[in-house]
Design a protein around this ligand. Sequence first.
Ligand SMILES: Nc1ncnc2c1ncn2[C@@H]1O[C@H](COP(=O)(O)OP(=O)(O)O)[C@@H](O)[C@H]1O
Ligand SMILES: [Mg+2]
Length: 349
Amino acid sequence: MDLDDVRTIIGEMLDKLGRVVIGFREEQRLLLAAMLANGHVLMEGVPGVAKTTLVRALARLLGLHEDYEAEIRGVRYKGFSRIQFTPDLLPSDITGSMIYNPATRDFEPRLGPIFAYMVLADEINRAVPRTQSALLQAMQERQVTIGGTTYPLELRGRGKFFLVFATQNPVEQEGTYPLPEAQLDRFLMRIIIGYPGSLEDEKNVYRLHMGRLTEPLEDLEPLTEPGWLVEAQETVVKEVEVPEHIVDYVTRLLRATRPSIFEPAAKFFDLGASPRAGIALIRAAQAYAVIRGSGSVEEADVNAVVFPVLNHRLIPNIDRVVEYEEQDRYAARIRVIREGLEFVRKSLL
Ligand SMILES: Nc1ncnc2c1ncn2[C@@H]1O[C@H](COP(=O)(O)OP(=O)(O)O)[C@@H](O)[C@H]1O
Ligand SMILES: [Mg+2]
């Protein structure tokens, strides 16, 4: 597989995604970039804006239709799992548990829905922190331990990837538990999905659904098989060039978000980005370059991913957030982070 092969399939995926989800073209590119960079994604938006549809469409295009299953080294993995997060969901409802089998008079493992290639963790902020942690830990380690046995969730040599797409409603509600700030960096990107961008886009959503009772995505045929993604990821990380001036740009950008290094950043950020964020930024920019159709990262690729990769890793300056709070708290935080990133970028020039 070479970069051209990756680009061909990715181009077709983008095309097919665009037929079942109207608008959100940039968000679709970001989703594909995260996938190519082997990164989990947090999708933030109110209900009914096509978050689930996007993820399910992606699964189908990768050949992970509803009843896809693979058995690898005696472990069964589903293609696609959807877990609805609720206040009474337990960690073991995600990972699995040991259950007693009266026939054999022994305990045996019952593997949870996390044993899948793609996991849709819906409304993640409705579960209690302990349950959220079970998911976040599995995302980080790409393995889980049940009854003393550790099972891999990713087996790259066998074409088995493991990606989590979590959704949450940003509007603070009764009975939700915000994800711990310190663990948000398990997500390569946080992608914010708003309402349809234009009047015309929204009309097209309705036109797409008119005259049919089933979801348009059900017509999607697979473009490839799941093992393709593992190879594509390796191709991207090995073949896409990261020129020295890009390493320099990313490093200076990252350092400029840290008030202890670049004092003016304190107007926007209480906490800047870590080296882990820098690694994520470069990896995401490499994948984005491929989607743009290039084999070498440019500044524009870094700029395209800098907000989704960094927005959940920065802590906005609280005084500035309060200043903007004629809007709601969430919108104010996002605005401060957006302006801050814009500010540090301009400061580098
Ligand atoms: N931009 C859009 N393009 C196509 N369909 C859309 C769009 N926005 C919403 N829909 C439709 O609205 C319904 C809700 O979408 P869904 O993916 O379940 O939203 P969410 O997961 O964000 O709550 C689905 O039938 C979906 O096809
Ligand atoms: Mg949904």
